[in-house]
Write a protein that binds this ligand. Sequence first.
Ligand code: GAP
Length: 517
Amino acid sequence: MRYIIAKNQNETVEKIVSLAKRRGFVFQSSEIYGGLNGCWDYGPLGVDLLKNVKEEWWKAMTYREDIEGLDASILMHPRVWEASGHVENFTDPMIDCKQCKARFRLDTLGEMISKKVKDKIFSLRVDEMFTNALHNICVRLDYDFFAGTKLSEFYDVLNNFLKNSENEAKYLEALLSDPKVFLNLKTIISCPNCGNVGTFTEARKFNLMFKTFLGPVDDSANIIYLRPETAQGIFVNFLNVLNSSRQKLPFGIAQIGKAFRNEINTKNFLFRTREFEQMEMQYFCKPGTDKKHYDEWKEKRIEWFKSLGMTSTKLRFHDHPKEKLAHYAKEATDIEYEFPFGWGEIEGIHNRTDFDLGRHQQYSGKSQQYFDDATKEKFIPFIIETSAGASRSFMAFLIDAYYEEDVRGEQRSVLRFHPKLAPIKAAILPLVNKDGMPEISRKIETDLRPYLRIFYDDKGAIGRRYRRMDEAGTPFSITVDTQTLQDETVTVRERDSMEQVRVSISSLLNYLLDKLR
Ligand code: GAP
C-alpha cells in the first residue's frame, strides 16, 4: 500500500534547493568563494533537465511550417536598447542615506523594517491625494479585491486586505516602490544601517541592464549592454528571416538564449536571478488578426506545460487589467504556477502591436514594413509574443515533480518528471556483481547508450538503488537477475507505479523508446 504523505505546497523552497544540490541539479555559483548572489550553476542532472525543457519547447515551436529559429548575439548595438525603451524605462527606484551613505533599493527596504514601523506606515493618513495614490496601488495589486471601492470605504477594505500576511508584504513593497508615496514615508523610516530617521534622499532610477565596454577603452562612448531579453534580437532580424526563409505573414521567429538583469530582489532560488535563460517566440501578423493569434497562443502555451505533466490545477492565467498594461501592449497575460511561496509568472503572452518594429524603423531609419502580395498593401506587422523563462520553467517542473511518499512503512522522495524531461531515462542495475550479471548489464548499457541517457549502478542493495533513481527522477530501472541468465529477459520497474514487468533484452530498446515518446 502506498499513499502520498506530502506534496510540494507544504515544502519550502529551501527543501527543493537542498535536494537540487544533493542530487546535482543546481549549485550556487562560485560556491567556494561564498557564492554570487542571483547566479546558479546547473549540475550533472540539472543540465539535462534544462536541456530537455528547452528541447521540448524548441520542438513545440519550430517543428511547424510557420516558425523559424534564430540565435542572435547577446551583445547588440546600443541603439537597440534606446529604441526598445530599456535605456529610459527599464529601471527600479533606489535611495541613499545622507548620513551613512548606505544605498538601498526601495522595494527591498521593506524586509529591513521593524514591525512597529510597518504598523506606522500602514496607519499613515495624509490627505486625499495620498489616499488616492494608495488606492491606485491597491487596484494594481489586486484588481478584483479593490475595483469599485469608494475612497470613503477604502481604508476598511485595505484593513481586510492586510489581514493576509502575503498581501501585507506585497502592499509594503508596492508602497516603497512608489517614489511619490515614499516621499511621505521617508520621514518615519529609519536607515537600516545607521538607525537615523529622515535621512533618506529622494528615490532615483536604477537601470537593471548590465553595462560593459566594447573594445579596450572603458569610456562612455563604448558602453554596451548584456541583453535583458532575447526578444530584441528577433525584432531586429525580422526582415533577414523574412527574406531568407521566404515566409509570409503570419509567421514566427523562435529563440532560446541567456538574458541578464541586475535584479533588485533575487530571492526564491531560480525564480528571479540575474542571469537566466528565456525561450521567446515572436509571431508576426497582420493588424486586425492579432486578437485571434493572441487567443490561440495563450491556449497553446498553457497546454504545453500541461502536456509535460505539470499539474493543471497549479496553472492559471493572470490577465493584466487594462490600467496595468505596458504602454505598447494591447493585451497581456501571465501563465502562473503555484509555487510554495505563492503564484508566480512562468511565461508572459503579450500583444505588442506594431510598437517594436515601429520603434526600430524610427531609430534605424530602415523600413520594417511588410508588403502583402495579395492585397498590395504595405504595413508594419503586429507582434504576439510568447516569452517563457527556461530557468523559471525548470524550477516549476522540478517543484511540481517532487513528492514524498510512504511505501510500506518506508519513506521515499521521488521526482515524477515526465519521461521526456527526465535527465536520466533508464538505470541498469545488476542484482549482484557475479554470476555473469555484470557482463550482461554492461552489454545492455553499451546497446542503449547511443540512444538514451543511461545510468549504471551496481553499488548497494537493490532497494536503495531504486530509491536513488526515484530521487533523480529516472522513469525506468532495468534489473538483470537470476531469471535473465535463463531466459534473456530483464525486469523493468516503472518509477511512479513501481510496477515491474519482464521484457526480453532484444526488445528492450524499442520498449523504452516507445514509453519515452
Ligand atoms: N520579452 C518580454 C519579457 O522579457 P518578462 O516578463 O520580463 O518579458 C519573460 O520576462 C519571462 O522571463 C518571465 O515570464 C520569466 O519566466 C522570465 N524571467 C524574467 N526575469 C527573470 C529573472 N530575473 N530570473 C529568471 N527568469 C526571469
